[in-house]
Design a protein around this ligand. Sequence first.
Ligand code: ZN
Length: 304
Amino acid sequence: MLLAIDIGGTKIAAAWVENGQVIERRQQPMATDPVGFMEVIGQLVLGWPAPEQVAVAATGYINDGKVHSVNQEIIAFWDGFPLADRLTERFACPLILMNDGQAAAWGEYQARQTTVSQNSPDNLLFITLSTGVGGGLVLDRQLRIGPHGLAGHVGHTTVSCQPTDDDLRCGCGRQSCLEKIASGTALGRQASAMFGRTMSSAELFSLALTDPRAEAIIDNAAKAVAEAISNLHMTLDLSEIVIGGSVGLADGMLHRIRLALANAPNLMQVPVSAAMLGPDAGLIGIMQLATNVENSVENSVENS
Ligand SMILES: [Zn+2]
């Protein structure tokens, strides 16, 4: 039995996997402290057989089995939390651990190898617009992790577009990050400031159907994503951009990003598609990596 776990900013998903097939999938809200976190893990696997292997995709960057939030406002206790050690103690079996955007990039890359007969991309950037903004890179058919585990953290590259509430300071310590304008958290914050009441990004998308001010916040975020895409395309020369995450997959978001990108010079445009694996790109990507590690990863964290 393979246990696959995807840890995001607001939820944890777990899958019981046998021979590459998901037997059961469960989800719980993410905890806010280490003790609560291990309790949630216990609840997720309740009644499942002991795993022979654990595969974990987690938000934050991972260095030497420890996980760190780039933006401390997302998961405060992700400050060097020894995630690999804690889970190895809990399950006493081999474990693979990787950033969720990186795992999702690999999942989306693999999905395009098997289902797209022509033009399967050798150079793919996955961008997740979710609680935060993350991502992953496949370059020359290799998943890029990087010596510090940072590769693909596009949310903390800067853009010239400004948030509609002019709140520029990101939780990473920088100003004008993409995450500060285009994450679900950022959309909710900008909506709350504009409409004078607490709003989530989901409420903003609903309101955008009838209120042009709500639509303008989303359009501005899409413009920021398109700006980041052009910057990264000119840096890396990409074949395809894949958009995932709850905000990225929200109704109309992909269309808005494509419209914004169409205003860039031709050279700075690149095909943009939706995540084929939907919200489970990270979970499926880490499952695939766990079963095929030696062929795919330049440098991953493995404990056994
Ligand atoms: Zn930042």
